[in-house]
Write a protein that binds this ligand. Sequence first.
Ligand code: FES
Length: 151
Amino acid sequence: MTASQESASQGPAPARRTVVAAVGAAGIAAVLTACAGSDDGSSEPAGNASSAGGGGSEELARTSDIPEGGGKIFADAGVVVTQPKKGEFKGFTSTCTHQGCAVTKVEDGTIDCPCHGSRFSIEDGSVAHPPATRPLPEKKIVVKGGSISLA
Ligand code: FES
């Protein structure tokens, strides 16, 4: 007697239905971003406060650094400071109005651009020699206690 047992292990995978409860998260819109009117005393510097003449003045030079009847170029600050007359200081942009080169020299009463030879008066930035046609714009400076800074 032979008993043959066949163990058929065929089982169809039961289809399982997983019901996922989708949580409607419409109500979770956090309204945490309403920080417009924080009256906290936390004084955070708000970027550039370029109005109202706030403090932020960096010293460019000492008045004694600026030769009388001449001037000095502060390339990093983009400024030329001149002293046309004793005790009278002026500031101009150091970018030539012709094609935008940086001026490199103050000599013989003029601020000189090396690119095409324009020269500007140390007194008012006016064109003393072409090809530039527009004066160097003035940059406001403050002279206080022997110290010169941008306004
Ligand atoms: S850019 Fe200064 S003279 Fe031309």
